[in-house]
Design a protein around this ligand. Sequence first.
Ligand code: FMN
Length: 226
Amino acid sequence: MELEQAMMGRRSIRGYKSDPVPRELLEEIIALAGRAPSSMNTQPWHFHVLTGEPLERVRQGNSEKMLAGVPPQREISDHGSYEGVHRERQVEIAKQLFAAMGIAREDKEMRQDWVMRGFRQFDAPVSIVVTFDKSAGMHGTIAHFDLGAVTHGLVLAAWNRGLGTVINGQGIMQSPVVREVAQIPDDQVIMTCVALGWPNEDFPANTVQSTRRPVAETTRFIGFPE
Ligand SMILES: Cc1cc2nc3c(=O)[nH]c(=O)nc-3n(C[C@H](O)[C@H](O)[C@H](O)COP(=O)(O)O)c2cc1C
């Protein structure tokens, strides 16, 4: 039951208190996440947990480069522009977030401010950079699946302890900055990062509940009685 509550209640958190998160708590969460299944139990994941001054340097370097128009430098192939139903869903969540924040469609300044917050990982006190072994990735994309599984476990374990998270590509758009500051070893590939901290209950976007497609739309049953 607890698991169902966490899965139903979790949502991305984009406003945080500045209170620090104890290292022991982070270790617990990462240990739980590490129970995720992986292809042939390869566990190709690594976690680089940043806070304080190094995290500030990542925020600054990432933001400066994005503002200067440096094209994103990701280490996995990017999704590019979404189209069709995927674009529609992207627009829907953006509209929900902007409505909660009171950001009008024509308010370019506030929209830009929101995007910049994303590049700063919403000023969360902790960022967990998730990487995988380059050698595991060489055998195809299975390592990506493994990292998705472990990262979902991570955000649920955090939520279960009252901590908010947002998985975000924005914070590592300029991956060379993260690589340098966090001294990520050359034999690892940066997949994503997870901003984490205690949710600011007064931050309007934190109340947004994103929609989901119904089972009848996502699923086919084959061989079952009608
Ligand atoms: C791979 C991945 C990348 C994401 N990148 C971002 C991001 O850069 N910025 C952001 O605000 N949210 C990001 N998100 C969060 C999604 O927008 C969010 O999970 C989705 O809208 C569903 O909302 P929910 O997490 O509240 O259920 C990302 C999520 C995933 C899984």
